[in-house]
Ligand binder design. Structure first.
Ligand SMILES: C[S@@+](CC[C@H](N)C(=O)[O-])C[C@H]1O[C@@H](n2cnc3c(N)ncnc32)[C@H](O)[C@@H]1O
Length: 199
């Protein structure tokens, strides 16, 4: 209830009316399963952006093994504090209270799970976030994120350009409020430059 009120009161920054459903969270966390299946011996360095109340984090954490590491980034202090409390005993999780654009990261990451809302912010900021995500993801690594279905098209050309070029697949998740489209992107091995100039 406390979290539901928080979402409603802070809708612009949080960018959602409710935390993600377990159906969306499981699909997103499933990207980690796929990587583990591809290379079970490897350790994965993971980044979650906009962890919020932790509805997605919970599933990512459940799919992790001891050798994997997760950084969570959340801009809202009260939500960050809840996450710190929940993961205080997890030695392979670090939680950061910052705007992602100011995050001094431990890149490169194998998978970036992003819940950052782009609809309420200027396009230049969306571009900067995408550029940082691309810079911080390993070549051959994956970025997964979702957009709510009520936002039909891409507002930001750079975001659309990146999705057009790197999209591996997309899935519709109806059982979410609102329903969402989940994207899974894979970065080229040779790390092509997706700078806004070529968008
Ligand atoms: C749509 S909610 C998703 C929350 C949660 N991951 C879920 O799926 O239910 C987006 C979250 O991103 C956080 N956020 C928004 N902009 C951010 C930024 N620039 N840096 C870090 N976190 C941000 C918000 O505070 C909010 O908790």
């Amino acid at each position: 209830m406390k979290n539901a009120l928080y979402f409603i009161k802070n809708i612009k920054q949080v960018g959602a009316v409710a935390p993600s459903s377990k159906f969306l969270a499981q699909k997103m966390a499933g990207v980690l399963d796929e990587e583990i299946e591809r290379d079970p011996e490897r350790s994965f360095n993971l980044l979650e952006l906009g962890s919020g109340t932790g509805s997605m984090s919970r599933y990512i954490y459940e799919h992790m093994r001891d050798q994997d590491h997760l950084d969570m980034v959340e801009i809202e202090k009260p939500l960050y504090e809840q996450l710190v409390d929940r993961y205080k005993d997890a030695s392979n999780v670090d939680v950061f209270n910052t705007d992602y654009l100011h995050f001094d990261s431990k890149a490169p990451y194998d998978i970036i799970f992003s819940s950052l809302p782009y609809e309420g912010i200027p396009n230049e900021q969306t571009e900067d976030i995408w550029q940082k995500k691309l810079d911080e993801c390993k070549s051959g690594g994956r970025i997964t994120y979702f957009k709510y279905l009520n936002f039909k098209s891409f507002r930001c050309d750079f975001e659309e350009h990146v999705v057009d070029n790197l999209k591996q697949r997309q899935d519709l998740v109806w059982l979410n409020l609102p329903p969402a489209r989940l994207f899974v992107l894979e970065l080229d091995e040779e790390k092509v430059n997706y700078s806004p100039a070529i968008a």
